[in-house]
Design a protein around this ligand. Structure first.
Ligand code: CP
Length: 312
């Protein structure tokens, strides 16, 4: 069964049935990455272009590996050495890439809405959002959900505390939207300067008190302080930020005994999380990365199935 749509632009418009389908498909794809020969012919002859206008370690590598493990032809488009540096626009770049007949373009861009703009202009292929500005990062939320299900079985009823720089976090938005759709009890926490007012409209609990967010939580998800997106000062000092909102062993003790610690990466060690906790036994941070490959395999596979249905 394919996804309901041709593109994956965000969690906001993704039906619960599609979320469930992606998670279940990812679970079935996981064993491919555990084989000595990590390859199946499923997407042989299909073409996936990674178009990343922003830096990435995890997302770009896992989309590339996902395409390779499904036998698709992958192209990593290098924006910094492309004609983007000569002023070529996003749409012109997209239209030129489309002329080479890709099946999927995976895009990361600093501007919110860039994937949606490509989807509106490029009629011949599917678009996957790999992070657009401070808006959404849907595949991150999906791999986070898969990791939570692995550890906690069911998302419904879980208390999930999402803590840190919420304002600049597309991960926070996609996670809040997905977890609410799946019935979790979501707590958003950070300094008042780093929590946008629109978050309350997602039906999540908003608090500036880390103890209230973490107390009896099943999942503590820490977010990076995104200094590169800050044009002004949002908190007085890193030391004060860590003392109020950084996760150390003392604050983690407020959560349930079997709580898991998550972080989408990259980590600012000693800013939002103590290295002792990041590398500790409660941390599932590297399992999130492993699940990223399976989720992205599922997304590529299901989207191509959907576009085949659509072209019938
Ligand atoms: N989590 C995440 O998006 O990491 P990268 O920026 O390294 O892709």
């Amino acid at each position: 069964m394919p996804l309901s749509g041709k593109h994956l632009l965000g969690i906001a418009d993704l039906p619960v049935a599609d979320i469930r389908l992606i998670l279940n498909t990812a679970k079935s794809f996981r064993e491919i990455s555990e084989r000595p020969i990590k390859k199946v012919p499923t997407l042989r002859g299909r073409t996936v272009i990674n178009l990343f206008y922003e830096a990435s370690t995890r997302t770009r590598s896992s989309f590339e590996l996902a395409a390779k493990r499904l036998s698709a032809d992958g192209l990593n488009f290098s924006v910094s050495t492309s004609s983007v540096s000569k002023g070529e626009t996003l749409i012109d770049t997209g239209m030129n890439l489309l002329s080479m007949s890709p099946d999927i373009i995976v895009i990361r861009h600093a501007s919110a809405g860039a994937p949606h703009m490509l989807a509106a202009h490029l009629k011949g292929c599917s678009i996957v959002n790999a992070g657009d500005g401070m808006h959404e990062h849907p595949t991150q939320a999906l791999l986070d959900a898969l990791t939570m299900e692995d550890k906690k079985r069911e998302l419904a009823g879980l208390k999930v505390a999402i803590i840190g720089d919420i304002t600049h976090s597309r991960v926070a938005r996609s996670n809040a939207l997905l977890l609410k759709k799946m019935g979790a009890d979501v707590w958003i926490c950070g300094p008042p300067t780093l929590i946008p007012v629109d978050f309350a409209s997602y039906g999540v609990n908003v608090t500036y008190d880390m103890k209230e967010a973490v107390e009896e939580a099943d999942v503590v998800m820490m977010l990076r302080v995104q200094l590169e997106r800050m044009k002004e000062v949002f908190f007085p000092s890193v030391k004060e930020y860590f003392s109020l909102y950084g996760l150390d062993r003392k604050k983690l003790a407020w959560a349930k005994k079997d709580a898991i610690v998550m972080h989408p990466g990259p980590i600012n060690r000693g800013v939002e999380i103590d290295p002792d906790v990041a590398d500790g036994t409660d941390s599932v941070i590297l399992e999130q990365v492993t699940n990223g490959v399976a989720v992205r395999m599922a997304v590529l596979y299901l989207i191509l199935g959907a576009s085949e249905e659509g072209s019938k």
